[in-house]
Write a new protein. Structure first.
Lengths: 290, 792
């Protein structure tokens, strides 16, 4: 339960950070808020000889709107930065609300968006809503920079496409979009400080009562956050009704492949997918980005 | 008759509030001494294994390691045991009996080195089949946790009065149900901590985190085989206990022995994870309950078979089992009772006392069954309780003497609350949201009589500026007893609460006292403090009588003055009187001494449950309102109310704190908390996954005082610490039934359990409505046993 010894670096610039990541290779780990990494270090689950902290890179902490790109969230923004961002309140309150459902206040003060994504656990709370809003991310290496749609970022539990010996996640971009509503519903076994049993995010584009398009992303019911394509297809172009949304919930449950663990059985998680999908859709349709 | 008091009854702020809020209060883990070493315990990863070899040599070679001890370095003292000798070694020898059982301990220059040393201790185990379920444990041929306990029976209680079997035949209605409760945790935030310092004179100074420091004092002397005069127990602040810090534990012993070996102070602070998997839990219980009633709701007979999982060791489990059985006799009149209890060993962490001590488990079963019966008989749940409520002057069949009792008043109060809430509750807002209200009542004791030493004691030292110092052996584990006891001293001496300084625990000066358990402190220690303060007052009155030319009996102590009653001008300031007493003539040393325990209380008969257990009993009724989401199974507790009789509250705010804490704790016990184990391993040994309610899960708690005045209690006070934990679970379970028409006979009721019971999807809400409707339509039946159709 003690931190092992390691070299500690706190580079002043992104370029310096990327060089360190490349030079130190697999023996190094990037540190953001540390709410995942420090626990793993203490339990001996990872044993880096060096830790590269991003704490001096203030440029990775901003949340701004860049015309033509969308809302750009720095990877080091903490969950509470998201919770308190006037820009997000104005454009995507649903993202602020999702961040607010995560962990507890202490963890939200330290934990970052970047850490939540790169950590890549299936029950993480931010991926579903960001994927539903069609976010993409920027990965910067010592000599490279690439953008990746978030929905293709995750490859398995604790696995993602980032090159751990060369890349740093720098930003998350929520593109300007036609969606008219979005929301994330989290079901956990306590109101605060509990990991999701199941989480469902949706974003819809409505034309009157017609669902022009929708994106539905399920959390904690598949090795990675997963789009409920069947449900999306079922809804496209239809006039919404409670029955239709219930059908969509049913269809979404067919896209999930949950496991049984100490938080719930696979069967119960499927129940939750049905219920939460239906409710999330109704909320996004009737209340906008909430 | 209620009287007017200055320091009693109001809402005075806690005396330890500021230092705690400012973060200045020092807990045992905050203390350190020059040259101090840090200790850690090596724990068994296996639920059941024979120890073949414990080789400490490799650990001793690590730089910074100063000592390593194993069971072989100890005198093999066996701790625990009430009613029969204990069987828990502080460090295992021969066998380990649960995952977390301590095998060795290390002292090193820092915690990190100590932890690294643990990994170097070479332990060879021969794995034995574990017994992980009490029923399997009792089956013939099951492996034995203790060789001298055949059938893995730890203790048995068989309580019987009247003739339940015969009485059932005369009943209009008899029902039988089986209930089950979960293993749960105390949930204190300060982990177990110990600091021990041994010196060459052979004296051990020990700082612990103990509800009952004198239990540790006694066991420490025995386990180390040193005179009690050589054990000095100290303690400052305590970060919660709830029954989980009564006993002396392995870390306390190891800190002392390691200090003895190294001649350096040794501190051990265990992690919260260790607390959660390697220390105590509440007894999970399986309760088979049969109750018989007359048509009008009169409770005629009760028959119970209780199996309590004791875990690996005896501890104080005999008392737990005894309380489970005897509290079927309270809080309702019943002429025929048979309660057979069996505590069973398994290879899991040991069970012990926890707030309510055994009583919440059985009363959950009994209260819920009472509600079931009420529905079947077409009676209102409050009516059936009023019909059977025990009254002051009653003596239960096993001998509990009820000297003061406001149970019926609390029920009438609760009726008003239920009516008001029903009026305020809107119709179900959405088809999948169902609301319901439930009630349950409780009775509890104000300090159990223990087999051994039972007397609380207090000392008051008077300072020359008119302020006083007060010490007792009862510790404040957060419940506020430092404040309550100080208020009692201030009231008797006619000074202000500010004038009383409550001292910490130090066995050098503080008299022997059993400490904090069984809701005994206000009632028993409170009387001792009252007596000590009266002793001071009598000494000072003697002096004042001379100075004022009056009779001591005519003097009144009030508002920092002493004066002749009815002649307030003939008097002098308290401080001046003290100075006169101390400075004139030979000069007096004014020390007040008090000790008290209720007289004529029977020694407990743990095997038969007979005898009066306590000097007074508290009562109350809990009301709960919930909203059930039939689709996700989530139950939201909307509000709770408690109407209670704790005699005269010494401090209304602290009583409310107890009621609120208990109520919110009960939300966790009913809906979220349970220790999850797989093959003896705890899967949720963290506060992230062992889910106690947070502030966001809490709800408003309405409190009404319907107080009696208990003749024996200090200023008429009785307990209000544990009783209030007893009725929360059944009130909530009954509210859930009211909402969705399902009786849950097993807690916790997780969302998944609710969904399983109601069926899935839209049909769940219809099922709930149908079940609720069926309940409303059901008429009273005039015969026979009920079906279990609507239960889960
Ligand atoms: C008590 C508790 C409760 C929690 N509850 C929740 C919850 O309800 N929901 C939830 O989703 N999570 C929860 N978490 C998990 C955690 O807090 C979040 O995942 C958090 O967002 C992680 O961010 P961090 O900055 O602390 O990451 P860190 O621990 O610093 O890093 C996590 C991983 O990401 C890598 N990394 C971080 N930033 C970057 C970057 N910019 N580029 C490349 N790699 C990077 C690190 O190398 C590491 O492997 C909880 C954690 C705790 C301790």
């Amino acid at each position: 339960m003690f931190l092992p010894d390691f070299d500690y670096h706190a580079p002043e610039t992104l370029a310096e950070a990327c060089d360190l990541v490349r030079d130190l290779g697999p023996s190094a780990k990037v540190l953001a808020g540390g709410t995942d990494l420090l626990i793993k270090l203490k339990h001996g689950l990872v044993t880096p000889t060096a830790v590269i902290s991003l704490k001096a890179l203030d440029e990775l902490k901003t949340i701004t709107h860049v015309p033509g790109r969308g809302v750009v969230i720095g990877a080091r923004a903490t969950h509470n930065d998201l919770v308190n961002s006037p820009l997000l309140h104005e454009r995507f309150l649903s993202v602020s609300e999702a961040a607010h459902k995560l962990a507890n206040n202490q963890v939200r003060n330290r934990g970052t968006v970047g850490g939540n994504l790169v950590n890549a656990i299936p029950s993480a709370d931010l991926p579903p809503i960001l994927i539903a809003l069609d976010a993409w991310i920027t990965l910067v290496g010592s000599n490279t920079s690439r953008t990746v749609p978030l929905h293709s970022f995750f490859t398995g539990p604790s696995c993602c496409v980032i090159d751990p010996v060369d890349e740093i996640l720098t930003e998350i971009v929520l593109p300007d979009q036609q969606t008219t509503g979005s929301t994330y519903l989290k079901f956990a076994l306590r109101r605060s400080g509990a990991l999701s049993v199941t989480g469902v995010a949706v974003a819809v584009t409505m034309d009157g009562d017609t669902i022009v398009d929708s994106r539905i992303c399920l959390g904690a019911v598949f090795p990675v956050p997963v789009r409920a394509n069947d449900a999306e297809d079922l809804l496209r172009g239809k006039t919404w009704s409670d029955e239709l949304l219930a059908e969509a919930g049913e269809a979404a449950s067919c896209c999930a492949l949950p496991i049984t663990d100490i938080r719930g059985t696979a069967e119960y998680r499927l129940d939750l997918v049905r219920v939460l999908t239906k409710r999330a859709l109704k909320r996004a349709i009737t209340e906008g980005h909430v | 008759m209620k009287r007017e008091y200055v320091n009693i009854g109001g809402r005075l702020p806690r005396v330890d509030g500021m230092v705690k809020a400012a973060g200045e209060a020092m807990y045992t883990g905050d203390l350190s001494l020059p040259g101090m070493l840090h200790g850690k315990l090596l724990r068994s990863p296996h639920p059941h294994a024979r120890l073949l070899k414990v080789d400490t040599a490799p650990a001793l070679t690590l730089e910074g390691v100063r000592a390593v001890i194993t069971g072989e370095d100890t005198l093999k003292f066996l701790a625990g045991g009430i009613a029969s000798p204990g069987n828990e070694p502080y460090l295992a020898f021969e066998k380990v009996r649960f995952v977390g059982d301590a095998v060795a301990a290390v002292a090193a220059v820092d915690e990190e080195t100590a932890e690294r040393a643990l990994a170097l201790i070479d332990v060879e185990y021969e794995l034995l089949d574990p017994v992980l379920d009490p029923f399997a444990a009792m089956a013939p041929g099951s492996p034995l946790v203790h060789d001298d306990a055949p059938g893995n029976i730890s203790f048995e209680t068989d309580l019987s009065f009247g003739n339940a079997q015969r009485a059932f035949a005369t009943c209009d209605y008899v029902r039988y149900d089986e209930f089950k409760t979960a293993p749960i945790r105390h949930g204190f935030i300060e982990p177990h901590a110990a600091l021990a310092s041994w010196d060459t004179s052979g004296r051990l100074t020990f700082w612990g985190s103990k509800q009952s420091p004198y239990f540790t004092y006694r066991n420490m002397a025995k386990a180390l085989d040193i005179p009690m005069s050589k054990v000095r127990i100290m303690q400052s602040y305590l970060g919660g206990g709830f029954g989980g810090k009564n006993e002396m534990f392995n870390l306390d012993f190891c800190a002392a022995l390691l200090s003895m070996k190294t001649r350096r102070p040794v501190r051990i602070v265990v992690s919260q994870e260790e607390v959660l998997y390697a220390y105590r839990q509440r007894h999970p219980a399986w309760i088979k309950l049969q109750s018989g009633f007359m048509k009008d709701g009169t409770l005629v007979a009760v028959d119970a078979e209780i199996v309590a999982e004791g875990g690996a060791y005896k501890g104080i489990g005999a008392l737990s089992l005894y309380l489970m059985c005897t509290f079927l006799a309270l809080p309702y009149r019943v002429a025929n009772l048979r309660a057979k209890g069996c505590r069973v060993y398994t290879n899991t962490q040991p069970s012990c006392a926890m707030r309510g001590h055994g009583v919440p488990q059985v009363r959950y079963a009994a209260e819920v069954q009472l509600d079931m019966a009420a529905r079947e008989l077409g009676l209102d749940p409050l009516e059936i309780r009023l019909k059977n409520a025990i009254q002051s002057g009653d003596t239960t069949g096993n001998g509990f003497e009820i000297t003061s009792c406001g149970l019926s008043e609390t029920l009438l109060e609760a009726r008003g609350i239920v009516e008001r809430w029903r009026g305020e509750t809107p119709a179900d807002s959405e088809p999948h949201l169902k609301r319901g209200i439930g009630v349950a009542s409780y009775g509890y004791l104000s300090g159990p009589r223990m087999a051994g030493h039972n007397t609380s004691a207090a000392l008051i030292k008077v300072h020359e500026d008119g302020r006083v110092g007060l010490v007792t052996g009862s510790t404040d584990c957060g419940q506020g007893s430092d404040t309550v006891l100080s208020q009692i001293a201030a009231e008797v001496l006619g000074i202000h609460l500010d004038d009383v300084q409550y001292g910490g625990m130090d066995s050098e000066i503080v008299p022997l006292d059993p400490g904090v358990f069984g809701s005994r402190v206000t009632f028993i220690t409170g009387n001792a403090v009252k007596w000590a303060a009266e002793d001071v007052r009598a000494q000072l009155a003697g002096v004042a009588a001379g100075l004022l030319d009056a009779e001591p009996d005519d003097l009144e102590f009030r508002d920092r003055r002493v004066f002749v009653r009815d002649e307030p001008d003939r008097g002098l300031p308290f401080a001046k009187l003290v100075k006169s007493a101390q400075y004139s003539g030979t000069g007096m040393t004014i020390l007040g001494r008090g000790y008290w325990a209720p007289e004529d209380i029977d020694l407990p008969r743990f095997d038969t449950g007979m005898g009066n257990q306590s000097g007074a009993y508290s009562f109350g009724t809990q009301v709960a309102e919930v909203e059930v989401d039939t689709e996700t199974g989530r139950v939201k507790v909307l509000r709770l109310a408690v109407s209670h009789d704790c005699g005269q509250p010494i401090n209304e705010m602290l009583v409310e704190g107890q009621l609120e804490g208990s109520s919110i704790g009960g939300i966790g016990h009913t809906f979220t908390e349970t220790i999850q184990r797989r093959r003896g391993q705890t899967m949720n040994a963290s506060f992230l996954e062992y889910r106690m309610p947070t502030a966001l899960d809490a709800c408003p708690v309405e409190v009404t005082h319907t107080d009696t005045v208990d003749e024996m209690g200090p200023f008429g006070a009785k307990e209000s610490g544990e009783g209030v934990q007893v009725a929360v679970m059944p009130a909530l379970v009954s509210a859930v039934h009211d909402a969705v028409g399902v009786w849950f006979k097993e807690v916790p009721i997780t969302p998944e359990v609710v969904v399983e019971a109601l069926g899935r999807g839209a049909e769940a809400a219809q099922n709930a409505d149908a079940r609720r409707g069926a309940d409303a339509r059901r008429d009273s039946r005039d015969d026979g046993r009920s079906r279990d159709g609507e239960s889960a």
